[in-house]
Design a protein around this ligand. Structure first.
Ligand code: CAA
Length: 258
């Protein structure tokens, strides 16, 4: 498929999507987000792909929604097209793991897209922020919700109310990112993590992702019940039998994704 705003490639079982509007620091316009959703559809449907890495450039993961594209929209325009939610949410409905590899700016919609992924690996030059308040608006793709759940009220409130950016170190301390890696090894490291995930039982990976996500959407009691039932269901898979037999026999498991 020919894309104009993203680059798409595969590294073995890993699908790599690179946001590619360098002239606008990967500002997320409609065309880019449509292509991103399509690329996720393609990888989701491809049985050979077990995980996806989403990245940008060394200067910017993405500097936000495209301000020039949205500046003249009316209330009716944004209401009718359900602006922002429409295809942005495709990242969150992907059942395969999606890792955000963030270098440089992840601002506004860029930070929100990174937070829609399953986890964020940050380069040491990464900077996160929700600067929409500078534009006379506020985050519109989940920033006030996902950032608050990720780092707590005090930091999220300060970032949303003042547009203060967080560097990678603070983001790691606050729990926004899983790890920091040197900028020049970010993609290699993200692919390595994705390959590790791909080497495991895909149904178990998908179920673990579903179960962790449940923690954000339900009560503790309901979440624990969901986890227990889905844990029980793994006992019907060949991979659970293989994984536990391999442990007992002191050998590497050969998962068949069944
Ligand atoms: N939308 C459109 N274009 C953008 C953009 C954006 N979000 N961010 C950067 N650009 C463009 C700039 O206009 C500039 O283009 P020109 O050369 O044609 O003027 C180009 O990218 C390079 O940007 P700068 O010259 O500004 O680069 P810099 O290094 O001096 O500054 C920056 C970098 C601090 C990230 C600065 O570009 C900036 O503040 N960008 C806007 C960040 C922002 O406000 N993001 C929130 C957007 S609203 C949103 O995302 C809503 C939501 O919740 C979904």
């Amino acid at each position: 498929m020919a894309y104009e705003n993203i680059l798409v490639s595969t590294k073995g079982p890993v699908g790599l999507i690179t946001l590619n509007r360098p002239e606008a620091l990967n500002a997320l316009n409609k065309a880019l987000m449509t292509e991103l959703a399509e690329a996720i559809d393609v990888f989701e449907a491809d049985d050979a792909i077990g995980a996806i890495v989403l990245t940008g450039s060394e200067k910017a993961f993405a500097a936000g929604a495209d301000i020039k594209e949205m500046q003249s929209k009316s209330y009716m325009d944004v209401y009718k097209e359900d602006f922002i939610t429409a295809n942005w949410e495709r990242i969150t409905t992907c059942r395969k793991p999606v890792i955000a590899a963030v270098a440089g700016y992840a601002l506004g919609g860029g930070c929100e897209v990174a937070m829609m992924c399953d986890f964020i690996l940050a380069a040491d030059n990464a900077r996160f922020g929700q600067p929409e308040i500078n534009l006379g608006t506020l985050p519109g793709a989940g920033g006030t919700q996902r950032l608050t759940r990720a780092i707590g009220k005090a930091k999220a409130m300060e970032m949303c109310l003042t547009a203060r950016m967080m560097d990678a170190e603070e983001a790691e301390r606050a729990g926004l990112v899983s790890r920091i890696v040197p900028a020049d090894s970010l993609i290699d490291e993200a692919i390595k993590v994705a390959e590790r995930i791909c080497s495991l039982s895909r149904p178990s990976v998908m179920m673990a992702k579903e179960s962790v996500n449940k923690a954000f959407e339900t009560t503790l009691r309901e979440g624990i019940l969901f986890e227990r039932r889905i844990f029980h269901s793994t006992f019907s898979t060949e991979d659970q039998k293989e994984g536990m037999a391999a442990f007992a026999e002191k050998r590497k498991p050969q998962f068949k994704n069944r």
